[in-house]
Design a protein around this ligand. Structure first.
Ligand code: ARG
Length: 483
């Protein structure tokens, strides 16, 4: 037990050191990098028109820029809650959003367009009524469809909607015009309908309280507009994307050939395997640390609860433990993760990895607690009596007699909890943490291929679980031999 606390506090303090404030003025920008040419991930870095404009202005204002990638439906909330200073994500100015954040002067005009397969019967928005329409969740495309046509199929990002269109899961996709051009450039079977659905303006979003930053930004943005610098940046990225278009289309026509090409595109090109490696290491760190935290919490709670059952002590502590168990086991882990990130640590600049460890650790603790408690309760009452009659105190008997036996009994169940935990961390992507699942997701957003990245991610989880199961088996055997 002591070991757990010791190891855990070391890891905890290391992580805490990592998120201390630095002295330089930092500007945190949030975006959803699945929106070329405005923002996308290339060679592991976030690039595009928005990051470029913000970097330029941040440089002029003397800020050190930090870019964070998250889901699009969280970027405005991140600015509003103070988690970020500015959101730059091809954000359309709307009245609804103006209530939540301030917008800079607009920097580009855009529109929502309809993407359909070339052989589709859909010719205009009138033909969409009884069709399945894909959109990116939380975008103006989503709002438009929901308000004017029907409930859309919502995807976490545009490329995923396009992948669904290619797979025949939806009949049309509605997104912003320029990303639409980039998305379809790689797929000769798709085209964009001529008539756009809406006209919109993009601007950057800043917290309502921070008018100082807003004014500074507007001044710089205006200067860039006047000098032509803004236009130049936008043109450069547009051109880079139209040059690159078509490069990624698969050409082979045998199954094996296509698989090989697809493998190359998904993992080798642009070193995409790196997303899986980085994600994998995060997944392992989160799982391992939250397991330790969960075991520490779980054992403490279990001891309190069973002591209460056996001796009647710890009335208040037991009451809080019960509330903890009820709340944690009664709500989904994703919701807990989001609450911890956006509400509890809402305005604190804290490492996301640490947030995930805390969230999954607290969650897992509740399950470990009940597992361990059942273990303690399964130990024959005579053991406690024997310990006490040998002159050991209650605590000593617990520590040296009951818990070691209980631990052995619950090991299979704990191992199972470990495996569940490993897989549960796959929702870490909700707070834009790049775990293994999210790594695969990033690849999918770049290659529009659902098959290989998903299979690869599944295989990696599977291999880890198989190895874990083996190790647990060995540990169990060892413990039995010690008996
Ligand atoms: N312009 C649209 C909106 O504001 C879509 C923006 C999506 N941006 C992104 N980076 N995915 O809702």
């Amino acid at each position: 037990m002591k070991y757990f606390y010791a190891i855990f506090s070391v890891i905890f303090s290391l992580l805490l050191c990592g998120c201390g404030e630095s002295e330089t003025k930092k500007l945190v920008m949030v975006t959803n990098a699945t929106f070329p040419p405005y923002e996308y991930v290339q060679n592991g870095k976030i690039d595009g028109i928005d990051p470029c404009i913000i970097r330029t202005i941040a440089g002029k204002l003397g800020y050190l820029l930090e870019i964070r990638d998250m889901s699009f439906d969280s970027v405005i909330a991140a600015v509003q809650s103070g988690k970020a200073d500015i959101a730059a994500s091809g954000i359309t100015v709307t009245d609804e959003r103006k209530k939540q954040v301030n917008f800079t002067i607009p920097y580009v005009i855009s529109q929502q367009v309809i993407i359909v397969p070339k052989d589709s019967k859909i010719r205009s928005s009138e033909d969409l009524k009884d069709k399945k329409i894909g959109v990116q969740h939380g975008t103006t495309g989503d709002l438009y469809v929901a308000e004017n046509i029907k409930e859309p199929e919502r995807y976490s990002h545009g490329p995923l909607a396009v992948a669904s269109l290619l797979a025949g899961k939806v009949d049309a996709v509605i997104v912003d015009s320029e990303p639409a051009e980039v998305y379809i450039a790689q797929h000769s079977s798709l085209h964009i309908l001529k008539k756009p659905l809406t006209y919109e303006e993009y601007a950057f979003a800043i917290n309502k309280k921070n008018t100082e930053l807003l004014n500074k930004f507007n001044a710089e943005l205006q200067k860039m507009k006047d000098s032509g610098e803004l236009k130049q940046i936008i043109e450069n990225y547009r051109k880079a994307h139209s040059d690159e278009a078509g490069e990624k289309t698969a050409k082979a026509d045998t199954f094996y050939g296509r698989l090989k090409e697809s493998f190359h595109l998904n993992f080798i090109a642009d070193n995409r395997y790196q997303y899986l490696l980085d994600g994998f290491s995060n997944t392992i760190i989160i799982t391992f640390c939250s397991l330790l935290l969960g075991i520490a919490i779980g054992f403490s709670v279990a001891v309190i609860r069973s002591t209460r059952d056996m001796t009647g002590k710890f009335k208040v502590a037991n009451f809080f433990c019960k509330i903890y168990l009820t709340v944690i086991r009664g709500t989904p882990v994703v919701v807990q993760l989001l609450i911890i990130y956006f509400v509890i640590f809402g305005s604190v600049d804290i490492d996301k990895l640490l947030v995930a460890i805390i969230a999954f650790g607290i969650n897992s603790g509740a399950y470990v607690a009940e597992i361990v408690r059942s273990g303690i309760m399964s130990i024959d009452k005579g053991q406690m009596e024997a310990g006490r009659s040998l002159g050991l105190s209650y605590g000593q008997t617990m520590n040296y007699v009951i818990i070691p036996q209980a631990f052995k009994n619950v090991l299979p169940a704990l191992g199972n909890e470990f495996i569940v935990l490993l897989k549960e961390t796959s929702v870490a992507g909700y707070i834009a943490l790049q775990d293994l699942t999210k790594g695969g997701d990033i690849i999918r957003s770049q290659t529009y291929d659902a098959f290989l990245p998903l299979i690869a991610v599944a295989l990696i989880y599977l291999v880890v679980v198989v190895i874990l199961t083996k190790l647990l088996g060995i540990l169990e055997k060892r413990l039995k031999q010690n008996e």
